[in-house]
Design a protein around this ligand. Structure first.
Ligand code: S3P
Length: 427
């Protein structure tokens, strides 16, 4: 399916941002292995999260979807999962595959995890290596890729220095340690999103956390909770950027998650001169949230790297778009991880934005963008990557003429209904 976008004169209005994808996955996972019911409100009903629901249903967990955003998970207790009778298909979802690998390594049954064409090309050795150190019996295609074949085994805790900051690897090891007989000590080179840590503590799990070091403990039992999922800042990112770039705009984005491990985009846009304010803050399950008010702004180039990268990794495509409209040069560095996302996001971002007339070059660990350059509509590909499809749609609002995005349907991975929401704001 193709989508054609034409320039917007002005954006205005108030929208509620759909639930956070990372938190929605974790609520299904922890709810499934807890005792008692877990009620999840403002759940993200998207393809990736449905992959996680399907996986746990396959393992005997009753999961009711009572309306599109409310889910009740009938927890089976820590040792209550059943052997799946066929391979678990994580679809496009790296979070499903990598967190499940940890959760399944210490079960009393065997399992297979596979995924779609994109996910089967993404590295799984980053979880295979430390899980094996814990005693897991796990093999992957070429020791590196899905499908993973896991024989449930007795696990022990490890001391592990993660080579890259990755919340998926960290969470995988925390979940595996729930089933181990000794604690694990996990070090990250930079702090990645900490939703697993916050939610696990709310469910009664034990962790000791010192900056970039975590001691994760085996569990006896976890207890079902009410989880309210905040709006996903990674989804809000497209509207924040649109509000900054489209002339005469003011947007109010309600109920957005503001966990400091995720708010790098706000820091960067403020640094670039963006008019962004936060109102109505609150906290739910340890997760801060609030409303974001964004107004059209003149932006300046900046340098983005180091410890900031894990705090905005999924927002880099749309930040690169903003940088094409900023005065001066923007350098994005230390972001090699972009190469192993849903697409190689260094190559694909540069491809899309150059086709639209941006002055952008790929580097080995990021990209360099010279702005401002007027954009011109063209045909671009989403590369099956949801965040690129949405970035291109926002680019289409400020490009001259028509911008057509091929393989648009991948937006359903994280944001079904994205274009309807965007259209409702065009004045
Ligand atoms: C996620 C962690 C990040 C992020 C991904 C979701 C998570 O990946 O890019 O979209 O839910 O833990 P890495 O852990 O590989 O950096």
């Amino acid at each position: 399916m193709k989508l054609t976008v034409t320039p917007a004169k002005r954006l205005a209005g108030e929208i509620r941002i759909p639930g956070d994808k990372s938190i929605s996955h974790r609520a299904i996972m922890l709810g499934s292995i807890a005792k008692g019911d877990t009620h999840i409100s403002h759940f993200l009903m998207s393809d990736d999260c449905l992959s996680t629901i399907r996986a746990f249903r396959q393992m005997g967990v009753p999961i009711e979807i009572t309306n599109p955003e409310t889910v009740i998970v009938k927890g089976q207790g820590l040792h209550g999962l059943k052997a799946p009778n066929s391979a678990i298909d994580a679809g496009n979802s790296g979070t499903t595959a990598r967190l499940l690998a940890g959760l399944l390594a210490g079960q009393s049954f065997n399992s297979i995890i596979t995924g779609d064409d994109s996910l089967r090309k993404r590295p799984m050795d980053r979880v295979i290596i430390p899980l094996r150190q814990m005693g897991a019996n796990i093999t992957g295609t070429q020791d590196k890729y899905l499908p993973l074949s896991i024989r449930g085994s007795a696990l022990k805790g490890i001391n592990y220095h993660m080579p890259v900051a990755s919340a998926q690897v960290k969470s995988c090891l925390i979940l595996a340690t729930l089933y181990a007989d000794t604690p694990s000590r996990i070090f990250e080179p930079a702090l990645s999103r900490n939703h697993t840590e916050l939610m696990l503590q709310a469910f009664g799990g034990r962790l000791d956390i010192y900056n970039n070091e975590i001691i994760a403990y085996p569990a006896n039992q976890l207890y079902g909770q009410h989880v309210h999922v905040p709006g996903d800042i990674s989804s809000a990112a497209f509207f924040i950027t649109a509000g900054l770039l489209v002339p005469n705009s003011t947007l109010v984005l309600k109920g957005v998650g503001l966990n400091p491990t995720r708010t790098g985009i706000l820091d960067v846009y403020k640094e670039m001169g963006g008019d962004i304010a936060i109102e109505n803050t609150s906290t739910s399950g340890g997760e801060p949230m609030g409303d974001i008010i964004v107004k059209t702004s003149n932006l300046e180039g900046t340098v983005i790297g180091g410890q900031l990268i894990p705090r905005l990794i999924d927002e880099i495509p749309v930040i690169a778009l903003a940088a094409t409209q900023a005065q001066g040069t923007t350098i994005i560095k230390d972001a090699q991880e972009l190469k192993v996302k849903e697409s190689n996001r260094i190559a694909t971002v540069v491809d899309i934005l150059s086709r639209l007339g941006a002055d952008i070059e790929a580097t080995d660990d990021g990209m360099v963008i010279h702005g401002p350059t007027p954009l011109k509509g063209n045909q671009v590909d989403s590369f099956g990557d949801h965040r690129l499809a949405m970035m291109a749609a926002i680019a289409g609002l400020i490009a001259q003429g028509e911008t057509t995005i091929n393989s648009w349907e991948c937006v359903n991975i994280s944001f079904p209904g994205f274009y309807d929401v965007l259209s409702s704001l065009q004045k």
